[in-house]
Design a protein around this ligand. Structure first.
Ligand code: ATP
Ligand code: MG
Length: 440
């Protein structure tokens, strides 16, 4: 009866749609519980998370009870718009330290909670069936660990990490996000199993690392990885940095997270900002970051590494800006600010960014696309055939315009292009060498 729910509701706020899912399962005779991260976060008073429902109903039955829901066979989960519904199960034998070889459905919430990774993720609230009272089911005493802010494996930690090495990364991510400590026996087991990370698919490592970096103080996750020995097996490039370099990277990482929370590209650029382009690029590829983002991170890191010198002319400032694509300009400034450690450096950076802002306000030309003329103009108006000469001339014009923005008018550039052409007539026939390098 729905009146039961009102008087006998959960001890934390739950979306009405999610309550509707539970109610439906109870009414048709099943046991159903809220479990996992949703319960954990709600008990901590944290806002909105995904709700997981566990039930004794089998997947076919769930599909029948919720028309329009979809069965995600790989995970044994049925998705409705409000929640993910998973049949109680017990896992057995993990031959590859990653996925159970087989999963057996179960009728028992206790078995289902026993296979979960952390005590704080193994708390359930719900009913055994239509007539039963609503209750918290917390056999691993996850609520005590929530109160003491501890991440602790369910059961024997060594065995649980041995079964599934992904749990190592989950434990770090969740501890870091909640700012919990890792309980000592669990920590020991993590140290012992740090080498098992090799069993986890690189793609999964990549997505866990990115989720860690998306948290509020992401340095906590990296410190935990370091402390548990997992950094050495997942991100050896960072593990081998001198301590001061790692410390600076972590400061930049947290600063970026404060300035642009959840910005993956910037977090990666801050954390890996001391790596050389080739090492950086192969590390990011290993984490399965997309090609476009890899290029962006590599470009940002290279540009942010350049130290500003207050003797730079305005043209030097423009040249610097022109070297990064326009769409990365804002990210670059955030990254530079985040990397400026110490008051003197921060002050110098402020001065630099004021000069950059001045150039932006003046809409100074910085890139080929800013020129008041393009390759087609050169072809059509000056009759230069398609080929390298066009690019060379445009490059020369850009150099001139960066030096002196007032030159950036169509007529002036056309005139200068004509002159360049006369000076180096053979270039048009393909001999690029004849165009002289710009005079500095
Ligand atoms: P978040 O959604 O914030 O990442 P979560 O704990 O909800 O955290 P999910 O991946 O949504 O994580 O998983 C839901 C629940 O399933 C977990 O709370 C945990 O009880 C269980 N679980 C997930 N992955 C594992 C695993 N590898 N081993 C054991 N239990 C797991
Ligand atoms: Mg979840």
């Amino acid at each position: 009866m729905s009146s039961d729910i009102v008087g006998d509701g959960p001890p934390f706020p739950v979306d009405p749609e999610v309550m509707g899912v539970l109610d439906r399962l109870w009414r048709v005779g099943h046991g159903a519980y809220l479990v996992g991260g949703g319960v954990r976060d709600a008990l901590l008073g944290l806002p909105g998370s995904d709700w997981d429902v566990a039930t004794d109903a089998r997947p076919e039955r769930i599909l029948a009870v919720f028309p329009g829901s979809t069965y995600q066979n790989r995970f044994g989960t049925v998705r409705t718009p409000a929640a993910e519904i998973t049949t109680f199960r017990r896992d057995h034998r993990y031959a590859d330290h990653r996925r159970p070889d087989s999963v057996t459905f179960s009728e028992d919430i206790f078995e289902d909670l026993a296979r979960r990774d952390l005590t704080i993720n193994a708390i359930a609230w719900g009913r055994r069936g239509p007539g039963a009272a609503a209750q918290m089911v917390d056999p691993a005493d996850g609520r005590r660990d929530l109160a003491q802010r501890l991440v602790r494996a369910v059961g024997d930690p060594g065995r649980r990490f041995d079964e599934d090495a992904l749990r190592l990364l989950r434990a770090v991510r969740i501890a870091a996000r909640l700012d919990f400590s890792i309980e000592p026996v669990t920590l020991q087991a993590m140290l012992a199993h740090a080498g098992d990370i090799g069993w986890v698919a690189e793609e999964r490592i990549g997505s866990e690392v990115c989720r860690m970096l998306g948290g509020p103080t992401p340095s906590r996750a990296v410190r935990l990885l370091h402390q548990t020995g997992i950094l050495a097996t997942t991100l050896p490039e960072l593990d081998s940095l001198p301590p001061t370099a790692l410390e600076r990277a972590l400061e930049a990482l947290d600063a970026v997270a404060r300035l642009q929370p959840g910005h993956e590209r910037l977090a990666l650029a801050a954390l890996f900002g001391t790596l050389q382009p080739a090492a950086l690029s192969s590390l990011l590829a290993r984490l399965r970051i997309g090609r476009h983002d890899i290029d962006a991170v590599v470009a940002l890191v290279a540009a942010a590494a350049r130290i500003y010198d207050p003797t730079w002319s305005d043209a030097d400032v423009r040249r610097y800006m022109g070297r990064v694509p326009a769409e990365l300009q804002d990210d670059l400034l955030v990254l530079r600010t985040a990397r400026a450690g110490g008051e003197a450096e921060a002050e110098l950076e402020r001065q630099f960014q004021e000069r950059i802002a001045g150039q932006r306000a003046a809409a100074s030309p910085l890139r080929l696309s800013d020129l008041a003329l393009d390759g087609r103009d050169l072809q059509v108006t000056l009759g230069i055939p398609e080929g390298p000469a066009i690019g060379i001339i445009l490059g020369r014009l850009l150099d001139d315009v960066i030096e002196e923005p007032a030159l950036n008018t169509h007529a002036t550039l056309l005139r200068r292009a004509g002159r360049l052409l006369d000076e180096s007539a053979p270039a048009v026939s393909g001999d690029d060498d004849v165009l002289h390098p710009p005079i500095r």
